[in-house]
Ligand binder design. Structure first.
Ligand code: NAP
Length: 311
């Protein structure tokens, strides 16, 4: 909260995540006011809407910040246009359809002297900061990620997610990788993967990953979109000082089975708080590490063809 006037911000791409999280988070934040949208499907009632990012940039020089909530593939062109026009940009995850896109956007933001905030919402889950602090001085022997959900429940009708560049099961899986890269005191690198592609789709429905790291750590992850029995979004870390578990996507933290008190403003309020702070201090926050693991999985992973998937 601040006494200064709220900064006008525009949302580009009014889909599930914009409606579920971004619009409520902006409405609850005194530092921003939703001044416009770019939406092919109409946008938000009572808010000026534009057909294209270029139209918005030309018509509204008074809007210094854009939050890009569309899928990764069309996001790069929009981000490039906005940064080139001298606007601050917040990116939904993943920050690019490729790693090179992220480096390009980072360089462009620096050259233009504006803020680029490549967000990883799961890093703002309530248990994550406490997990990072607890692991800082401990010897880690094993890490296991289990990230399973029903794609029909969480991504109904999202064709883009099944098209090359849409990441498939890595779309949720990268949330786990964003937490892993945040909480571990020493980075891991991908050492092997199996990617399960439905024979009628361009992106995987499941993935098994292995990682290498200090001290011969036993680290692996399993992502699966075929879970019909609720969701499992868990990370377990065994250390010389006990077992840490992040459950419910990082919202809850357990040490040796005991629930730890954690609190926070919530993932998306925290992201907008950080965006305001970055703009105020003329900084960017761009960490491609989770996307690098995904790119490595596509490079190193064995491709296994599985039965067709129909929505
Ligand atoms: P979505 O429901 O499919 O919405 C994406 C919106 O982007 C569309 O409704 C459309 O809005 C716009 N868009 C612009 N170009 C598009 C194109 N070529 N193809 C499809 N849509 C296009 O997707 P979403 O779930 O909101 O996901 C968007 C991004 O947020 C993804 O990167 C995803 O990883 C991330 N995310 C999603 C969730 C979640 O729970 N769904 C959670 C965290 C992060 P207009 O009709 O307004 O143009």
């Amino acid at each position: 909260m601040t006494d200064t006037a709220a900064m006008p911000i525009a949302i580009v791409g009014v889909g599930k995540i914009a409606r579920d999280q971004h619009i409520p988070a902006i409405a609850a934040d005194d530092r921003f006011t939703l001044a416009a949208t770019v939406s092919r499907s109409g946008g938000v009632e009572g808010v000026e809407n534009f057909e294209t990012v270029e139209d918005l940039l030309a018509a509204r020089p008074d809007i210094p910040a854009l939050s890009l909530c569309m899928p990764p593939l069309p996001r790069f062109a929009a981000a490039t246009a906005a940064l080139a026009a001298g606007r601050h940009v917040m990116l939904e995850k993943p920050p690019g359809a490729t790693v090179a896109e992220v480096f390009k956007l980072d360089r462009l933001a620096r050259a233009r002297g504006v803020t680029l905030h490549a967000t990883w919402h799961s890093r703002c889950a309530d248990g994550v900061a406490a997990a990072r602090a607890w692991l800082r001085d401990r010897q880690i022997t094993r890490l296991r990620i289990d990230w399973r959900e029903d794609v029909r429940k969480w991504h109904p009708g999202q064709d883009w997610i099944w098209q090359a560049g849409g990441l498939g099961v890595f779309d949720p899986g990268i949330n786990a990788l964003s937490i892993m890269t945040e909480i571990l005191p020493h980075p891991l690198h991908l050492s092997g993967a199996e990617l399960h592609f439905p024979e009628n789709r361009e992106t995987p429905i499941a993935a098994d990953l292995r990682f290498a790291g200090p001290g011969g750590i036993d680290a692996s992850a399993g992502f699966d979109w075929r879970e019909e029995d609720g969701e499992v979004w868990e990370i377990t870390v065994d250390t010389d000082g006990g077992e840490l578990r992040l459950v419910d996507g990082g919202a809850r933290l357990l040490i040796d089975g005991t629930e730890q008190p954690v609190e926070g403003p919530g993932e998306y309020p925290a992201l907008y708080h950080r965006f305001a702070e970055l703009i105020e201090t003329a900084q960017s926050d761009v960490d491609p590490a989770p996307l690098v693991h995904v790119a490595d999985a596509f490079m190193l992973g064995r491709r296994i063809v599985v039965e067709p998937f129909h929505d």
